[in-house]
Design a protein around this ligand. Structure first.
Ligand code: GLN
Length: 491
């Protein structure tokens, strides 16, 4: 039998349906792979017993012929998703050993459709970061290394565990979340596919909140088709999330292989940054050429407010975070420090429980929302956000179907290499991705090539609201042209 961990989700679905192997065999193969890859630190909690129980139960269903669309598929779950009876920490000390008594809507939909949970995946603390270095469980290793080097690189963040595990063949797909790029940037750093759906496409219920008006969940997978399969199960209206939208979930997989002939693809001139590495430029032109060869029409477009997106994001996101994180007070969840009175309890618990980056965000957020500065910062950032959204609307109004950009300004970097002295250096990673969250649009990152050191690079496609299907069709064209990339195993 071929190595079961190297199958794509679509191939595994066929093998399970044809009874070539069982879900228990598939699950066991992944559990062994996880055990052998602990050095990557991708999983913060392995749930082998639960995984085997779920696999056995689904095998019975498959035998009876009543299996769901993801029957028997082993997945990893970002530790931001509440999982009933299984520790959920957002990779923060402040949540301690919090064990939810409820299941997030997204994960319950995955289990409804037959998926199997292998465990919980590492992420940046409260999803704040671009390198998975702020996790209280320590950094995650990227399965990719520079050619001829033993340096461990970051897998990106905040969904670093998800991306690393999918790329290292530890799970067939993973859940992830994206507030400013946390699905797409790690996907680009690990040669995996990640899609951030339109805001409102997936329920946020049961996901630890970072910045509620920007947060959106989506899958990280090994192929565009796999991502489409996962999103179909994850998406949908949920009365428990008032921002989730009540429109039918299409069969995303049907978009794979659909012609992109005549589609108008915008190339935004503002994304051509000064000092952008030549390799990124080259990747971008190659991507454009592939889409053109498939029959798409390329047009230059302008998104004039792009340069304000990052500063505005780093006001809006911390503002919402400071409000969302107020609930961690030492009373309701997890950690509770010793104190003489209630004020001291809050202070001691929050000082001890939050890491440096989270504390920085809470302070920035509180500052920009404070009475004297609200108009100057928060209100202004909200106005900028409206302008960013309008840039995209103007573009789509001219008939543009999707926008092609690089996913990240560089390939993966080494652990500890960035942001030590200046956090802005780290924030710059999100330069191509935050605009999409600010505008609430869908965006997909697809592996498209490698840099001179052999590291993967991704391209991003941005779509109209609720037109994820267009992104899957176009993404697959890039995937077909670029080929798929797997890291050489060193762990
Ligand atoms: N890197 C960005 C930040 O730190 C985005 C994180 C995310 O999308 N969760 O805020």
């Amino acid at each position: 039998m071929t190595d079961l961990t190297s199958l794509t989700l679509a191939e595994a679905r066929k093998g399970l349906a044809d009874k070539t192997f069982t879900s228990l065999e598939l699950t066991d193969a992944h559990l062994s792979a996880i055990e052998a890859a602990r050095v990557l630190n991708a999983f913060v909690m392995e749930t082998p017993e639960q995984a085997r129980d779920m696999a056995k139960a689904v095998d019975e269903k498959i035998a009876k012929g009543d299996a769901g669309p993801l029957a028997g598929i082993p997945l990893g779950i970002k530790d931001l998703f509440a999982t009933k009876g299984v520790r959920t920490t957002a990779c923060s000390k402040i949540l301690g050993n919090f064990v939810p008594t409820y299941e997030s809507t997204i994960t319950s939909q995955l289990w409804r459709d037959g998926a199997v949970m292998l465990g919980k995946l590492n992420n940046d603390e409260f999803a704040m970061g671009s390198a998975n270095e702020t996790s209280c469980f320590g950094p995650v290793g990227n399965p990719w290394r520079r050619e001829g080097s033993n340096t461990t690189l970051v897998p990106g963040g905040s969904s670093g565990g998800s991306a690393s595990a999918v790329a290292a063949l530890l799970c067939m797909g993973a859940t992830a979340t994206d507030t400013g790029g946390s699905i797409r940037q790690p996907a680009a750093f690990t040669a995996t596919v990640g899609i951030k759906p339109t805001y409102g496409r997936c329920s946020r219920w049961g996901i630890v909140a970072f910045a509620s008006s920007l947060d959106q969940a989506g899958p990280i997978a090994r192929s565009v088709r796999d991502a489409a399969m996962l999103l179909r199960s994850m998406a949908g209206h949920d009365p428990k999330d008032t921002t989730s939208v009540d429109i039918a979930v299409p069969d995303y997989e049907a978009a794979i292989g659909k012609s992109v002939k005549g589609m108008k693809i915008g190339i935004p001139k503002e994304y051509r940054l000064d000092g952008m590495p030549a390799e990124i430029e080259k990747l971008w032109s190659e991507g454009a050429a592939w889409l053109k060869a498939a029959g798409a029409e390329l047009v230059e477009v302008s998104l004039p407010h792009t340069k304000y997106a990052l500063p505005a994001y780093y006001i809006v996101a911390p503002a919402e975070a400071s409000s969302n994180l107020a609930r961690y007070d030492g009373v309701r969840y997890g950690l509770r420090e010793q104190a003489k009175n209630i004020t001291e309890l809050y202070e001691n618990t929050r000082a001890e429980g939050f890491g440096a980056e989270v504390r920085r965000r809470v302070m920035i957020g509180t500052y920009v929302l404070s009475a004297g500065y609200y108009d100057a910062y928060y209100l202004r950032a909200q106005k900028v956000r409206t302008l960013i959204k309008k840039d995209f609307e103007d573009c789509f109004a001219k008939g543009v179907d999707a926008i092609l950009t690089p996913a990240t300004p560089s390939a993966a970097f080494g652990i500890g290499e960035k942001g030590g002295a200046d956090p802005v250096e780290m924030y710059l990673n999100d330069i191509f991705t935050v605009t999409v969250n600010m505008a609430g649009l869908p965006g997909i990152a697809v592996p498209a090539g490698k840099d001179a050191q052999g590291l993967p690079l991704g391209l991003q496609l941005i779509g109209r609201p609720f037109e994820e299907e267009t992104l899957f069709s176009l993404g697959e064209v890039i995937e077909q042209a670029a080929g798929r990339f797997t890291p050489a195993r060193w762990w």
